[in-house]
Design a binder for this molecule. Structure first.
Ligand code: GAR
Length: 214
């Protein structure tokens, strides 16, 4: 199977969705992907506990222990590459990665972002969707490139914004969608159906649309 390393900083509900999806028995017991390790930049990330409970190896690299971004990313690359992954999955990893790191994993680094990219790159996406009066909100899976939250889109899920919504209620409904589309994208990649071609992502050899609404 496709070896996957997951990076996270927090709760890890997307990690959990991935673990559950790869273990759901739909592949006759032959899951297309295997999570080789979960690496966190905080020792208190609850996602580490989820990994341990699932028997997955864990590593912690506290970014405060390193002398700057380059040193941290260098150590992170070494920790990741020790597991020889074909795919690296960012699941709530709240660190900006250096260009060297992003280049090293070109075409094999996926991220999930809680907005309908290219809208609302960066932080506080749910509040910003409300403030902007957006009628729709959602989440996006994309290949990571040097442009922050700007890499080519793989799949998006849309939810309507209701008048009584708060940042919290939006976050909750977006999470439900994240747990659908991230495992889907990881499965596509693991089965060799999804790859980053020279002019953008390809699914079964066909270019994906620039906005890929589900
Ligand atoms: C998710 O909503 C993810 O989209 C977001 O962090 C959350 C992690 O939740 N990622 C980013 O904001 C990346 N900039 P989880 O820890 O429960 O999976």
């Amino acid at each position: 199977p496709c070896n996957v390393v997951v990076l996270l900083s927090g709760t890890g509900s997307n990690l959990q969705a991935l673990i559950d999806s790869l273990d759901d028995g739909t592949d006759n017991g032959k899951s297309p992907a295997r999570i080789a390790a979960v690496i966190a930049n905080r020792s208190d990330a609850f996602g580490l506990q989820r990994a341990r409970d699932a028997g997955i190896a864990t590593r912690v690299l506290e970014h405060g222990d390193y002398d700057g971004r380059d040193a941290f990313d260098e150590a992170l690359m070494q920790a990741i590459d020790a597991f020889a992954p074909q795919l690296v999955v960012l699941a709530g990893f709240m660190r900006i990665l250096t260009p060297g790191f992003v280049r090293h994993y070109h075409g094999r680094l996926l991220n999930i972002h809680p907005s309908l990219l290219p809208r609302h790159k960066g932080l506080h996406t749910h509040q910003r969707a409300l403030d902007a009066g957006d009628a729709e909100h959602g989440c996006s899976v994309h290949f990571v490139t040097e442009e922050l939250d700007g890499g080519p889109l793989v799949v998006q899920a849309v939810i309507p914004v209701h008048s009584q919504d708060t940042a919290g209620s939006l976050a909750q409904r977006v999470h439900v969608q994240e747990h659908q589309i991230y495992p889907l994208a990881v499965r596509w990649f693991a089965k060799g159906r999804l790859r980053l071609g020279e002019s953008g992502p390809l699914l079964d050899g066909n270019p994906l649309p620039a906005t890929g609404y589900l």
